[in-house]
Design a protein around this ligand. Structure first.
Ligand code: ARG
Length: 462
């Protein structure tokens, strides 16, 4: 080694250009992989002893040296700041050699940074997959809490952002619960493909040392080992899958945010946020803006951008490892930081949201949201649906002209449109009846919604 932490000086006659070194080095950001790199290095050292490459004592020295680095990192602030290491792998190896000398120089036997970075990154992404899954769960539980606080609230349901049919507010909450449930399933599923050990693939061809890869995999909690060394060092599918799952989380968060932004406006007036999660205007004294929600909506874009940059970075790369792949780190780090804070903030916003139940109830009874119910009523009396649709359309047109809701028309007025309409129509058109009628599985009747809320609680084990 030419200098501490430099892994490849032997065939070079001069050091790197300063600007190139800066361009090439990744330690400024991949130092986040420090703990994962040490875990993988300890497992590799254990593997080297088992393969007869290092002695028992040398392994002890290596492992206690690596453990010491972990301690140093947690006790010194700015531990990484002074170093001009190329990347986290050179940093750890260099520090180890400085600390224990020759035994440290054996650690890289049968290993390349190519299988090392793949292993380390998989460990890190696995950890974050679990952490994000837990945060998604937290958000689901905030949705259940919000639904419980407003168990009797109703809401106009929309299509095309036009009032369509009334729904229970809980139903709206549980719609997002379902999205986040799928997000958790996606994370659990992709975790299986993240959790495969590349170590032992070395630079690209495998290693000449009899390393027991299965035992290293067990030690690091991997579900299995990669089957092809060329693929193992060049595969970043797991990163793309991970950011794809994160992108969908952000899609769902942005839709939740958008619904709430609308609901917080004076025009809707359905939801009030506490001051804790709102901001003011520097110019307009009356303003209270839902900035937290707008940022949730806006931050989705950067995660999609990372997803796209990863795909573009991988496209057309020849086998096996290429330095282009170092570009995966910052994309994933920023994705994780963005998704974590977004999930956290979303849960905080939900805890600070209150539904104006009177206003949402009123909105659910104005704008002909029971028109479909009137058509269904006629169908139940034997009228074909298409005919009923036309009849009710005419009735709605008439009611608009009168400036009244369907349920405000007198029975005789309604009967002008169909003599199948009888006195029981008034009950059928009431908000409660309309909601109760939507009793199919997955529908918005109070009975079904109560079942779904109970199922959601059971799923969360709360
Ligand atoms: N810093 C590199 C990365 O993140 C580690 C692997 C480098 N390997 C190499 N042969 N240059 O991809």
């Amino acid at each position: 080694m030419t200098k501490s932490g430099q892994l490849w000086g032997g065939r070079f006659t001069e050091g790197p250009d300063e600007t190139f070194a800066e361009f090439n080095n990744s330690f400024g950001f991949d130092c986040r992989l420090f703990v994962a790199d040490i875990s993988a290095s300890i497992a590799h050292a254990n593997g080297l002893e088992k393969a007869g490459v290092v002695s028992h004592d040398e392994r002890e020295e290596i492992v206690s040296g690596l453990t010491r680095l972990l301690e140093e990192e947690s006790s010194f602030e700015n531990y990484f700041d002074e170093s001009d290491a190329e990347d986290v792998h050179s940093f750890v190896e260099g520090k180890l050699i400085d600390l224990i000398g020759d035994a440290g120089r054996k650690l890289h036997t049968g290993r390349s940074r190519n299988d090392q970075v793949a292993t380390t990154f998989r460990l890190w992404v696995r950890y974050e997959t679990d952490a994000i899954e837990t945060l998604v769960r937290g958000l689901q539980s905030a949705l259940v809490d919000l639904a419980t606080r407003h168990a009797d609230a109703v809401l106009p349901g929309y299509t095309h952002l036009q009032r369509a049919q009334p729904i229970r507010f809980t139903h709206w909450c549980l719609a997002y619960f379902e999205m986040f449930k799928r997000d958790r399933e996606r994370l659990t599923d992709l975790r299986k493909r993240v959790n495969v050990l590349p170590l032992g693939s070395a630079a690209l061809a495998g290693t000449s040392f009899p390393i027991d890869r299965e035992s290293i995999a067990r030690e690091l909690g991997f579900d299995g080992i990669s089957a092809n060394s060329l693929d193992a060092v060049s595969d970043r599918d797991f990163v793309v899958e991970f950011t794809a799952a994160c992108s969908l989380i952000m899609v769902h968060l942005s839709r939740l945010a958008e619904d709430l932004i609308l609901y917080c406006s004076t025009e809707f007036g359905f939801v009030v946020l506490t001051d804790k999660v709102s901001s003011g205007s520097s110019l307009m004294p009356q303003k209270k803006n839902p900035d937290a929600l707008e940022l949730l909506r806006g931050k989705a874009g950067r995660v999609f951008g990372h997803q796209m940059s990863l795909l573009a970075m991988l496209k057309g790369l020849p086998l096996a490892y290429n330095k282009d792949m170092q570009e995966d780190k910052e994309a994933v780090f920023d994705t994780v930081d963005t998704v974590r804070i977004s999930l956290h903030i979303a849960a905080i916003v939900l805890a600070n949201a209150t539904v104006n139940e009177e206003r949402t109830r009123e909105a659910a009874t104005k704008g002909y949201l029971n028109a479909t119910e009137l058509a269904d009523y006629l169908v139940k009396k034997g009228v074909p649906f298409r005919t009923a649709h036309e009849t009710v359309g005419n009735a709605v047109l008439y009611a608009i002209g009168e400036g009244k809701e369907l349920h405000d028309l007198r029975l005789e007025q309604l009967r002008e449109f169909s003599d199948m309409i009888e006195a029981d129509v008034m009950t059928a058109l009431s908000l409660d009846a309309v909601l109760a009628a939507k009793n199919t599985v997955g529908g918005t009747s109070p009975e079904r919604v109560a079942e779904s809320l109970a199922a959601a609680r059971k799923y969360l084990e709360i």
